[in-house]
Structure formats: C-alpha cells, structure tokens
Design a protein around this ligand. Sequence first.
Ligand code: SF4
Ligand code: SF4
Length: 367
Amino acid sequence: MQKRRCGRTGLDLGVVGFGAMRLHGKDTKYWADIVAEAAEAGFNYFETSHRYCNSTSEEKIGAGLKGFRDRVYISTKSAPRDEPGADDVRRAIDESLKRLQVDYVDFYHLWDTKLHEFENIAARKGGTLEGIRKAMDDGLIRHLGITTHDTPENMIKLLATGEFEVVTLQYNLINRTTESVIEEAGRRGIGVIAMGPLHGGILAAQSPLFESLVRLGAGISAAEVAMRFVLTNPHVTCAISGITSSDDVKADKAIAENIKPLAGAHLAALVKVFEDFQASNGKVCTLCEYCMPCPQDIWIPGVLTLANAARLLGLVDEARRQYAAFAKGWTDSGGQAPCIECGHCVERCPQGIDVPQALKRAHELLK
Ligand code: SF4
Ligand code: SF4
C-alpha cells in the first residue's frame, strides 16, 4: 500500500486507513481475522474508539493486531464532554489500552470536539488535556490529535493552539468545506486524516452518476474516483474506510495500491459535476450532525442524505424504500417528518440549510 508522511509525527501511514466503527455483532474472532487480514494486506493505520460498536471495537482490533504491533499504528479516542476531568480521561485511556492489549497507542484523539469544548472542558486546569499530557509523559500515548466537525474557522483556531499533531475531519466530493483547514494543517505540519471519503457510501453507489464518474476517472470505479479525489489533495495523509467485510479489505487494498492523483482535466470536470449539482439544488447536507438532537426525534441528516442520494445519484427507488422506513413512525403527521419548525436545527446548521423546507422537499421527492 502506498504511504504518506503524517506531518511532523514523521510516521508514514498507508493512504487508506482501517476504520473500525462498523465491526458490529459477530464474535471477536470473526472480526479479529478481518483485522489481521488487513494488517497482512498492508493497512497500517487502525482507527477505533472506546465507544464504537457498543465498546467492542477496541477489543476486536486488539485481538486482530496481536503479532503486528511493530508494524501498525493504532488510534483511539474519547470526547472531553464524556471524560471532562484528568482522572476521567486517564481511566478511559487505561481501559482502552487493556481492551487493545497494548502498552501504548500511537495516536489519541480528542473526539468530536468543538472549539468551545476544547477551551472550556479540555484545556481548563484539571481537564482532559492535563490527563492526556500526563499519559503521554507516562509513555501511554505517542501523538495527540483531534477529530472535529466544528466550523472551518473554529477548526483553524483549534490547529493554532499548537496542541495537535494530527487532525481527523470530514472531506469528500460533496463536503469540501474543510479545504481551508486541510491547507492550514499542511502549512503547520499537522497530519490530516480524512473521514467519510465516500460520504457514507453514496459516492460509491451504483447509480446514474456512476457512469459519468467512471468516465471522468478514466475507467475506474466510483469508489476509487471518490478516494482519488480526497487523496489528490497533497496535505491529506490518509483516508479512512469503514471496513465491514473481508471484501472491503481486498477492494481498499486494490484502490490503495494504485492510487494516483486525478489529472487536472478529470479533476476539474469532476468538481464541476458536484458544483453544478449544488448550484441547482442548493446547499448539500454534509452529515455533520450539528443540527441534532431534534426535539421531534427526526434524524435530519438521514432524511437529507436520502434526498441527496435521489437527486445527486438518481437512486430514487432505494431512497424511497429507506424513506418509507422513517415514515412508518410518522403516522400522526401523515407520513411526513413531524417538524414543528422550532428553528433549533436552522440556527446550528453551518451550511445554512433551511431544514424544515428541506424536509418538505425531501418528502415531496420521496413520499
Ligand atoms: S425545526 Fe423541525 S427538524 Fe429542526 S429541530 Fe425543530 S422540529 Fe426538528
Ligand atoms: S442539516 Fe446541516 S447541521 Fe444537519 S447534518 Fe446536514 S449539514 Fe449538518
């Protein structure tokens, strides 16, 4: 697998990383075999958390990576709002190490941390950061990172604190709002891990847009075009793929071994497809989930993603099928999302999406 230098950490990570957020169910051995297969195949960045998969992901990763410790990098994380004190996070770190069956992790991320949470929870005296720094002094963590869905302006402020050697953020053909952050990370020698390179899978779907993606990518799959787009950015170290099977390992290995930047003409044409889509359909939901929770329990990113999949990719039948599953719980509102227009989501959406209107448009399209 091709590798890239992760900023000033000096570590070389495979261009596709193993995302361990979907190792659901089955027994530990089943997933451990897939993790081991990935390590054999050349994956060397394994990304987990103490909460993934009902807190079983670390155990599955740890079991799979036995015997590979000297050639892989393990990243785990916790959120300051869940572990607000130095002692709290130390407990979480100790438990993670135990589940992973390792003496140290290569990367520890502050998980889903906004600027205000960093300033008011993590960085205060006796807070999360103090506990992590102590764990680093004790040799339990090698490098500190942050994952965040904050606004680009706030992400840049987080990088400017000088605390982080790596940042994990969402970046793909549909969500390019983080490009300024990625550039700033590159300027500061901070490694960049891209999450969601396939935007929850919709960029890899077989669809009417698929043929055009393949053509633009010179005969490669839609997933590979989407991955290549992310990795065409020279400041991106690695794109995380949420592995669900042995077949995913094989497919990602094939992509990662041949990855090369999209050529200028292809890149420009590809970007234009998505810009034209956004121009004709307005702002596109990036799945950041800032708008959640909704007091009416509407899974806003889910509904808007189905509308995106129908409009952008032409996956109308599949989107309607999935929308019907949401609508089953909405009988009191005639099958529509029971939005009371409280405005909570609109205030929070960094894309400026008029969510109540977008939900109505989604209903018209998908009912
Ligand atoms: S405006 Fe509607 S969708 Fe948005 S938070 Fe309020 S009830 Fe939920
Ligand atoms: S509607 Fe806005 S805030 Fe909610 S997930 Fe989509 S982009 Fe994020």
